[in-house]
Every structure is written in C-alpha cells, then in structure tokens.
Design a protein around this ligand. Structure first.
Ligand code: PMV
Length: 334
C-alpha cells in the first residue's frame, strides 16, 4: 500500500425486538441467543476512515461528533482497526477516523451498533478489502454484537451461530415490507454506568437467565411470523415480554443492573393505559438504558408522540422508521 486510501460509510442504528443479552464466547462475541431487530433509517452514523501508511501519523486519530476522542472509546476503535488489518493480512498502518451521529450522543440512543457497522464497512473498503455482507456482519459483531445486524436493512435476524463465520445476521423482511415507527422517549442523557459490553458477561449470574433463553425459540418464531404477516398485536406482546425478561435478568444478576428510572416505569404504564382506554395500538421495548422505545404504525405515531411529550421525565422524543443497511457513500467527513 503506497497511497493513502479513504472511504466513508453510513449505517443505521437498530432496535431489537428479541434482545441480545449474554455472551457464550466473549473473545469472539458469540451471543447466547438469536436476536431480531429493525434497522433504523433515520438515526444513523457516518464514518470516514483513512489509512495512513506513508503519512505523518504515528498513531490512530479518532474524532466523534467533531471532538477528539481518547481512552477506552478510542482503544475500542483501534482494536477494531487491528481486526480489519489482520483480515487483509497487512501490517497495520495508523488511521484517521471521524464519526458523526445524526442523533445526539447524549440522547442515550445506542450508537455502538451503527458506529461499528459503519466503521467496518469504511475501514475494509479503504484498505481495498472486499468482504461480502456476511463477512462484514461477522467483523462488525466483534466490535459490538448488535452492530452485526446493522449491516442489513429492514428487519434482521442475527443467528447466534457456533463460531466466527456462522454468527452473522441476515435480512428477514425488507424495509418497505412494513412501515413501523420507533418513537424513542429520551429519559436520561447520562452515560450509563455499566456498559452493555460488561453487562453481557453478567447474564449467566442471574437465576432467570436460563429460563429466558429457554423461552426464546418460541418468541423468535412469534416475531418472525408477526413480521411476515404484519401482526402488530402479536409482535408487540412478544417484544414487551422479552424486554421485561431481559431487564429481569439484568436486575437479578450479580452485581445487579438496574437501568430503569421512575420515568421508564411511567412510560410502560402509560403505554398499557393508552392501549386499554384509548385503543391506541402501541407497544414498548427497552434497551440497556432507561429510554422507552415505542413501536407503532405511522397512523398513530403523532398521537403517541404528543402524549409521550406530556409525560413527566420525558426530555425528548426521536422518531425513526425502518431503513437501509450499511453502505458506502461519497461524502467524506474530512
Ligand atoms: O451490541 P451491544 O453489546 O451494545 O449490546 C446490545 C444490547 C441490547 O441493546 C440491550 C439488546 C440488543 O439486542 O440490541
């Protein structure tokens, strides 16, 4: 490699309907269970990577949302660049990386899924390394498990697999199959005290973990079939149950993880009230944080959003439909 090579990619975040929680193999990031998500078209990360083999760089340089990043975030990115260079079979040159989210980092939206999907696509392309979508999914998984799903658009399943090559995502339904909306009720903008990466290693300490995992074959089938038939009541009932099961595992781990705030519970109760008393067809899920993700169809999204904004403790409401998978784009960040 004698000239500098640069590429830019964009990837949407995703919201899991059946959650990934718990690792079977921490070094390869193999999960305990399959998971299913919707790739978010309107909440995405753009990342430019430029490898610098003959240039002035002595070490990697990382900017996130315009600010220089160091510490554990930068180390995690550098470790991912190591993986890409290893796949290409080259000595690792330093790289300049800039990443920008179109949603506020402090909004509590998981940015690691979109970030590691975009980083994988851009870093491989900038090296001239041609990987198909499955190989990119396996690569992204090692940066952040949920990133394996953001390689693909629409509705996506990540197969737990049994080794590096088989633990990859694949599309279940395209984005235009069903125009669901994820309304994100932002409750806290604080960085979480326990990252999902360390939380995954605690799942097995909960006495409820085995029961949740044993229930998932059925839940996965229900979600696949609800997606295929666009059955929101079936989808919604199943995703609420799994979100609560995952949080029960978190709460009963050692040490215990309690991500909810009072406003989180207020959102869950409000969703059930709106369904029961107003017939609003809306269901919740919650990731490893206090924010509520409300899933509904476009016809009721405005009504749900305005009710959400009136709840105590809800600081903002973001909205996204399903979107495309990770892709290279022309517009570089530098
Ligand atoms: O990809 P990670 O390590 O940030 O884990 C994601 C964990 C959840 O968001 C809680 C669930 C999921 O499947 O996205």
């Amino acid at each position: 490699m004698t000239t500098t090579a640069k590429a830019t990619a964009r990837a949407g975040s995703n919201i899991a309907f059946i959650k990934y929680w718990g690792v079977a193999d921490a070094s390869l990031n193999l999960p305990l269970n399959n998971s299913i998500s919707m790739t978010l078209g309107d909440l995405y990360t753009t990342t430019t990577v430029e490898w610098d083999p003959d240039g002035p760089l002595k070490a990697d340089i990382l900017h996130i949302d315009g600010a220089a990043a160091a510490g554990s975030k930068a180390e995690r990115v550098s470790r991912h660049l190591d993986r890409v260079a290893r796949l290409a079979g080259i000595d690792r040159p330093p790289a300049r990386v800039a990443s920008r989210n179109n949603f506020p980092m402090a909004s509590g939206i998981a940015s690691s899924a979109s970030a590691f999907a975009a980083l994988s696509v851009a870093a491989a392309a900038a090296l001239g390394l041609h990987l198909d979508a499955s190989a990119l999914s396996a690569l992204a998984r090692k940066g952040s498990g949920s990133a394996s799903r953001s390689l693909f658009g629409g509705y996506v399943e990540w197969e737990r697999g049994c080794d590096d090559a088989s633990s990859i995502a694949h599309p279940l339904q395209p984005a235009d199959h069903w125009a669901l909306i994820d309304l994100v009720a932002v409750v806290s903008t604080a960085e979480k005290t326990v990252s999902s990466a360390s939380g995954h290693t605690l799942a097995h300490t909960s006495p409820l973990n085995t029961a949740r995992i044993a229930s998932l074959d059925r839940a996965l089938d229900q979600v696949r079939s609800a997606l295929a038939t666009r059955n929101l009541a079936e989808l919604g009932t199943t995703i609420e149950q799994d979100a609560l099961a995952m949080h029960a595992v978190m709460m009963t781990s050692t040490p215990s993880l309690l991500y909810w705030q009072p406003a989180t519970l207020a959102i869950l109760q409000a969703v059930r009230r709106w369904r029961a008393t107003e017939g609003l067809s809306v269901y919740f899920t919650i990731d490893a944080g206090p924010n509520g993700h409300l899933i509904c169809e476009p016809a009721v999204a405005t009504a749900v959003s305005s009710r959400l904004q009136q709840l105590d403790g809800v600081q903002a409401v973001l909205s996204s439909g399903p979107g495309a998978g990770a892709t290279l784009i022309q517009e570089a960040l530098f």
